[in-house]
Design a protein around this ligand. Structure first.
Ligand code: ADP
Ligand code: ZN
Length: 532
């Protein structure tokens, strides 16, 4: 029976007794020559899905992988299992490259790892043709396949050319693997890789051992202290993600001064420094890696106990992926996102900088995508329902309401009745003819004498100045909450202009109550954490 021989092969080559959910079906499909798309969370066991078929088929399997570091690790691990594997990339000398090519043609190799840019050099394509004729090509495996999609969080233009492979080697089956793909990205992968009637496996993205929480940022010093406390209360290794290199250096330094073993990682360090810091962290010489998102892909440290995003993420997929580096060993771990509106502005600013390098014209499509993605992160961060449910819904999964392992499930935010204020706000949207954004609406409500208010004669409106009893921050919070709760519809580019919808009118007619979450009290700040 095939089932048994597969399990035997699994045991023989990798030493495992049984398949994890999905692996067998994926392997059977790909072994049978069918194009396959495997979507499994990080740590789900994707590698075996192409490695085992590679061992069981005649010919070599070409593995496309975006990171050189990742290739080396995988190849080393395979060799330790006595499996013929090699990699070809730009770091090799001509001589080494030749030796490896020879070994491949001698049939000593089952898996060849290559960087995508390598694939499209004519010389290499010629080499592949020779390989095909002499030893045969069993399949193509495209790791981190989401890189092919602009809708993913890590688009790499060189992946776009992978369809060329499909055209040149039409009869060779292809498997795409990724830990992250929304419905849209999934379709994009299928299309871009030109998969034919693929077998698609989508594993559940739920990571039950991860605790999700969001902490509002309140001023630089307060936020830092909260960060410090977060780290202090968790034993074991962790990652702190920041948006910029500068921030990474600052935070790493400050944590070190405060007695936490932290080191930086970002693209501004030399390759050697990066390598060294990574190794020290993996070996637990230091506790905390403070890094930009350049850090982490392909790093297999199972016992990461916390991942803190000290600055806001740019998109949910990235957040899921990065936070998912916690708890691969299945032990309880913590994923913390700091929500700061300043960061939001910074990201919006960066999005506005996305321009065509030649003409300087804004890249509108890209900007629109980026704004939508940012909106989704804010929806997650400001959400008052189960965080896990919000995340999983993003990946197209329905999750029951209470996970008992996120801040919103364990300590629901207290709610306050803000119906009257909501009615004032929505009426103001109506009176200004649904043509303005939150900032202007709040100016009108609070009776501002700003030029823009007077110019539009909005000081003449019945809603002018009826909101003086609430602060600017309170109105801002309400307007964001109205959007999140679906009482207002923003135009698609960011949060710009607010439009009314059916639900808005229900509120104005008094048919709906509007509740506003009140922030939980932050933990008391321990004075001695700073004043040593
Ligand atoms: P991914 O690429 O999906 O992040 P990996 O392929 O690196 O995941 O696998 C994650 C871990 O799970 C690895 O340590 C791998 O050896 C292990 N693993 C994979 N499949 C099995 C299995 N069937 N039984 C036990 N362990 C497995
Ligand atoms: Zn929950």
């Amino acid at each position: 029976m095939i089932a048994d021989s597969l399990t035997q092969a699994l045991k023989q080559y990798f030493g495992y007794d049984s398949f994890r959910a999905g692996q067998r079906e994926i392997i059977e499909a790909f072994l049978g020559g069918r194009d396959t798309l495997a979507i499994m969370p990080t740590g789900g066991g994707k590698s075996i899905c192409f490695q085992l078929p590679a061992l069981l088929k005649t010919g070599v399997t070409i593995v496309v992988s975006p990171l050189i570091a990742l290739m080396q690790d995988q190849v080393t691990a395979l060799k330790e299992n006595g499996i013929g594997a090699t990699f070809l990339n730009s770091t090799l000398s001509g001589r080494e490259s030749n030796q490896r090519s020879q070994a491949i043609l001698n049939g000593a190799v089952k898996l060849i790892y290559v960087a995508p840019e390598r694939l499209f050099n004519e010389q290499f394509l010629e080499f592949l043709n020779i390989v095909k004729n002499q030893v045969g090509i069993a399949g193509f495996a495209i790791d981190e396949a989401h890189c092919v999609s602009e809708w993913g969080h890590d688009f790499r233009p060189e992946y776009r050319q992978l369809s060329r492979i499909r055209n040149s080697f039409a009869d060779v089956p292809m498997i795409g693997l990724t830990a992250t793909a929304t419905e849209r990205v999934r379709e994009d992968i299928s299309q871009q890789l030109a998969l034919r009637d693929p077998y698609i496996h989508v594993a559940s993205f739920d990571r039950a051992n991860l605790y999700y929480e969001v902490i509002p940022k309140q001023g630089a010093d307060q936020s830092y202290i909260h960060l410090y406390q977060q780290i202090k209360k968790t034993q074991g290794a962790g990652i702190v993600y920041c948006l910029s290199r500068k921030r990474v250096d600052e935070i790493a330094e400050r944590l070190r001064i405060d007695g936490i073993e932290a080191i930086p990682y970002h693209a501004g360090l030399t390759p050697r420094e990066r390598e060294e810091n990574q190794t020290r962290w993996i070996r637990d010489d230091v506790q905390v890696m403070v890094a930009t998102i350049a850090f982490g892909m392909g790093i297999n440290k199972p016992d990461v106990r916390f991942v803190i995003h000290y600055d806001l993420s740019k998109n949910i997929e990235g957040y899921y992926q990065e936070s998912g580096r916690a708890g691969r060993d299945g032990e309880d771990s913590r994923c913390t996102l700091f929500l700061g509106y300043q960061d939001l502005e910074t990201i919006k600013y960066l999005i506005a900088q996305k321009v065509d390098p030649h003409t300087n014209a804004p890249l509108e499509a890209e900007q629109r995508i980026a704004h939508q993605q940012l909106r989704q992160v804010v929806d997650y961060a400001e959400g008052i329902t189960c965080r896990r449910a919000i995340l999983l819904r993003y990946f197209g999964e329905n999750f029951h309401d209470n996970c008992r392992n996120c801040d919103n499930c364990l300590t629901p935010k207290p709610m306050e009745d803000w119906t009257v204020e909501a009615q004032k706000f929505l009426s103001c949207v109506a009176r200004t003819k649904e043509r303005f954004g939150a900032a202007h609406l709040i100016d009108v409500l609070r009776g501002s004498r700003k030029e823009k208010v007077l110019q539009h004669h909005h000081d003449q409106l019945s809603t002018y100045g009826i909101g003086k009893d609430r602060s600017l921050d309170e109105w801002r919070q309400l307007s964001r909450s109205l959007v999140h709760q679906g009482y207002l519809t923003p135009t698609t580019d960011g949060y710009a202009i607010l439009k009314l919808n059916d639900r808005s009118w229900e509120v104005m007619r008094g048919q709906r109550q509007v509740l506003l979450p009140i922030e939980r009290d932050a933990e008391p700040v321990v004075a001695d954490s700073r004043d040593r």
